[in-house]
Design a protein around this ligand. Structure first.
Ligand SMILES: Nc1nc2c(ncn2[C@@H]2O[C@H](COP(=O)(O)OP(=O)(O)OP(=O)(O)O)[C@@H](O)[C@H]2O)c(=O)[nH]1
Ligand SMILES: [Mg+2]
Length: 400
């Protein structure tokens, strides 16, 4: 299972209570206050880890709750602090904080009864994506909210995570405090003064932060492969890297993004390449696998538009090219602004030469790189061209 978007609930630990105690010992009368401090709670901390590639861990454990701090004790003993809960997430995880539900405020109405104001909003938990199952007699039916479905299809995109973007974890080891722990309360010995030598009070601990968050994974890769199903994206990834995705002659073989690393042995340069499932016409209306996976190429520096020059599925490469650009633009206009490389695959087939000639006639300004991924033809040229493009894009990004 590949999970790239998940809702979680997180709560940091409460600080421990301060203690009210007095020193008692034989022959020492009125030993004075001796209540220790409470320990702080544990924080919930996110840490980016390059060994992970999706958010499956949070799918099975959507509640991230850090332990509370221990209370203070007599004889001046402080309570233990709660242990921080460190949650590992893949590099490229964006964290959105959802607006918190208003807490019910109790108010007295005319009859003198307490009435709660501001209904708490209902948030379904991360794992309860299945509709409610209702049963009457022997029949059982699943409740589906049709209004939600219509909305999704009408604008084509997945509903954007609402809320505020609080973190973007891209580097391995980068940490972010998702929920800060509450401080422990001070014990009564901190409050002894010359005028109040027996303070009979101590501080309660502070509450830890809590909230609901959406984790969204956008893979960090330099190169993104985009193309129709069966264009040979996975075959190309296999030819240039050690990744071994499934390859077959039917559409939608690849069901979720695959990552490969292209290595240049001369100077040990490495480029990460991301193969996303095939796009088809109407993807913006959620046809095929829809736009769901295009978020993974949003961070890419260079896009490779892979065209099936042999037209194996009875499509014309020039139509594919136009349609791909259209679908990319409909998803995010920034994607068509990215530097891109047009690659003509399956050049080993007889019709491909003819198609390539026609393609070049139609788009005179576009340079096309002919390859045959299955027969390792043109791979060296591809590796060099893509490296030059990525380096040019990196240079352009640098501030002058
Ligand atoms: N003749 C020829 N066939 C190729 C070439 N590259 C890929 N194929 C074939 O095209 C078919 C589809 O290849 P895949 O790599 O699975 O295509 P894909 O773009 O990853 O497809 P999806 O994962 O379904 O989106 C396979 O049967 C490959 O053997 C090539 O250069 N020449
Ligand atoms: Mg594939």
């Amino acid at each position: 299972m590949f999970i790239d978007e998940i809702k979680v609930y997180a709560k940091a630990g409460h600080g421990g209570k301060g203690c009210v105690a007095f020193h008692r010992e034989a022959y020492i009368t009125k030993g004075g206050p001796s209540g220790g401090n409470g320990g702080r709670g544990g924080s919930v901390i996110l840490q980016a880890d390059h060994d992970l590639n999706n958010l499956i861990q949070q799918y099975y454990q959507p509640r991230l709750i850090a332990p509370d701090g221990e209370g203070g004790m007599g004889k001046g003993m402080d309570g233990h602090a709660g242990k921080d809960l460190i949650i590992k997430v893949p590099c490229g995880t964006l964290v959105w904080r959802l607006p918190s539900a208003p807490k019910p405020v109790a108010e007295e109405d005319d009859d003198g009864e307490l009435e709660a104001e501001g209904k708490p909003t209902f948030f379904p938990t991360a794992i309860s994506t299945r509709g409610l199952i209702r049963s009457a007699g022997d029949t059982r039916a699943q409740e589906i909210d049709l209004s939600l479905e219509e909305e999704e299809i009408s604008d084509g995109k997945m509903p954007a995570p609402q809320g505020e973007l609080v973190a973007d974890l891209t580097e391995n080891g980068q940490q972010f405090i998702l929920c800060k722990a509450g401080r422990g309360g001070l014990g009564n010995r901190n409050f002894a003064t010359s005028r109040n030598q027996t303070p009979r009070f101590a501080q309660p601990g502070e509450e830890g932060d809590e909230g609901e968050f959406i984790f969204e994974l956008r893979i960090v890769a330099e190169v993104g492969l985009v193309g129709y199903p069966n264009a040979g994206k996975s075959t190309l990834l296999t030819a240039i890297s050690k990744a071994r995705p499934k390859i077959a002659a039917y559409p939608f073989t690849t069901l979720h993004p695959q990552i490969g690393i292209m290595e240049y042995p001369v100077d040990f340069k490495r480029l990460t390449v991301c193969d996303v499932p095939g796009l088809i016409e109407g993807a913006h209306n959620n046809v095929g696998l829809g736009h769901k996976f295009l978020r993974h190429i949003q961070r890419c520096k260079v896009l490779v538009l892979l065209l099936d020059m042999a037209g194996t599925d009875n499509r014309k490469p020039w139509d594919d090219y136009k349609q791909l650009l259209k679908e990319l633009e409909l998803y995010d206009p920034a994607l068509v602004e990215k530097p891109r490389l047009v690659v003509a695959n399956k050049i080993d087939e007889a019709v491909a030469e003819e198609n390539l000639k026609q393609f070049k006639k139609k788009f005179k300004k576009i340079s096309v790189l002919p390859i045959s991924a299955a027969f390792d033809h043109g791979m060296e040229k591809f590796r060099e061209t893509i490296r030059a493009k990525v380096e040019a894009a990196e240079k352009a990004e640098l501030p002058e």
